[in-house]
Write a new protein. Structure first.
Length: 450
């Protein structure tokens, strides 16, 4: 965590060609992975759960920074209830909403999703602004998602819990173990965890107690494993899927080419004109914006920048990301955003599983993401609250073998980098917060005539 590393990784990006309208509208809080700046769209998680049988309740508890994206995207989805520790623009705090929600996530008579959310809300601190889908037409109310013990004749026949943490801290590991221990011994209950790094020599296994590493394809594999259990159940309508998210968050803004950039041959430049950069303030009262600059300034380890997604079309270019070397080599591409040029990049991969694990290009819509890091001071000063042309040069040399060809670019994504929760307030800070709240209440009573 202490150093900023740019590593090869699995990059799960939503299907940019099929979902242009969704991605072009506003910033979203993604799930970070164990690799620098490669993130998983919240929409992909929700889409993956869409084919569960009718009646199977989905409960999403998002305690990470910007977790309100899950609530926003889950609105109106049948058999789904979602709650978060904050909105989709704001960080959460270690020991705040997450503590209360984790403590209440347990099998207990009378327990339900609303009690989990209310417990988190009662322990919120700092800037946390808890959200939920309650009151939205089409959603299952939180209180209707039972957390009573599983039973042959009760509300929940079997339960399937997936815990995710992209960059887990020690507190996340403790919260993971608390939830796992709470459900230990429950009949027909499975708890899987996806988080942290990949075990050397065992690509599908995590480290430090995590079942799978925090990469896109591994999250897909874990979800598919639990979904298969639900589909084979004798009572699929009484199954339950809980997705519990901890840890860091990432804010991204994705602008697709329409539908792709023109094919860019070696020596040529492609352009996506008029790309909206992050918006730090609403353009109108109650208008949309993406992220406030303070979120980046107060984090010492996030690595902001831009991603170019290059689809491997029609499953033509199968490539093993763990084969020992990157596909594109240094100098193969350059990126220009406005008047600023960037040549240094690292690779990430969009791997949807396909016929072979950890092979990119064996399924349609897979491909490579090139991440160009940007110094944070430049990022804050030049790439907020404006629109800029984004251009990219295909510089693959004639000696580049299969790389020497024309390529499409599917999208450009601006990313804040993975950002940690705010630290748990000290006792003195908690006293100060309490005093400020008391003063506001007293002023409110006076202004109200009480």
């Amino acid at each position: 965590m202490g150093t900023r590393r740019f590593q090869t990784g699995i990059y799960l990006l939503s299907a940019v060609i099929a979902t242009q309208a969704r991605l072009a509208t506003a910033g979203n809080g993604d799930l970070p992975t164990s690799r620098d700046n490669y993130s998983i769209p919240a929409a992909d998680v929700l889409d993956n759960l869409a084919d569960l049988p009718a009646g199977c309740k989905r409960l999403i508890i998002a305690t990470q920074c910007f977790g309100g994206t899950f609530v926003r995207l889950a609105r109106g989805k049948a058999d789904t209830a979602a709650a978060s520790g904050s909105d989709d623009k704001t960080k959460t705090t270690t020991g705040g909403y997450d503590k209360g929600a984790t403590d209440q996530t347990k099998p207990e008579s009378g327990n339900n999703g609303k009690k989990v959310h209310d417990s988190g809300d009662a322990s919120k601190t700092g800037r946390e602004n808890p959200q939920s889908t309650d009151g939205t037409a089409g959603n299952t109310p939180l209180q209707d998602v039972s957390l009573e013990p599983t039973s042959d004749s009760g509300a929940v026949y079997s339960r399937h819990i997936l815990i995710y943490a992209g960059r887990p801290e020690p507190t996340d590991k403790a919260d993971r173990d608390k939830i796992k221990n709470a459900f230990q011994g429950q009949a027909r209950t499975t708890v899987l965890s996806v988080g942290g790094g990949r075990r050397p020599g065992s690509p599908s296994q995590g480290t430090d107690g995590w079942d799978r590493p925090a990469d896109g394809v591994d999250l897909i594999k874990a979800m598919e494993e639990l979904k298969a259990q639900i589909m084979s159940s004798a009572h699929p309508e009484r199954e339950q899927f809980i997705f519990y998210v901890m840890d860091h968050g990432v804010e991204v803004r994705n602008t697709p080419a329409t539908p792709n950039s023109p094919p860019t041959s070696p020596g040529q430049r492609g352009v996506i004109p008029g790309v909206q950069m992050f918006r730090s303030t609403p353009t109108a009262p109650d208008g949309e914006y993406d992220i406030e600059k303070i979120n980046l300034i107060e984090d010492t380890e996030n690595v902001p920048g831009f991603n170019l997604f290059i689809p491997f079309t029609d499953a033509t270019y199968a490539y093993d990301p763990f084969g020992g070397s990157s596909f594109f080599q240094p100098g193969d591409w350059s990126l220009q955003v406005g008047s600023h040029s960037f040549a240094s990049f690292s690779e990430g991969y969009r791997d949807l599983g396909g016929a072979g694990d950890y092979v990119v290009g064996d399924s349609a819509d897979e491909g490579i993401s090139l991440f160009f890091p940007v110094p944070e001071s430049l990022f804050l000063n030049e790439f907020f609250d404006t629109t800029l042309d984004v251009s990219f040069d295909n510089l693959v040399p004639v000696t580049g073998g299969p790389r020497f060809r024309e390529w499409l670019v599917g999208s450009v994504t601006q990313t804040s980098g993975a950002m940690a929760q705010l630290p748990e307030p000290t006792s003195a800070m908690l006293l100060l917060i309490g005093a400020c709240r008391l003063i506001r209440r007293r002023r409110g009573h006076r202004n109200g005539g009480d």
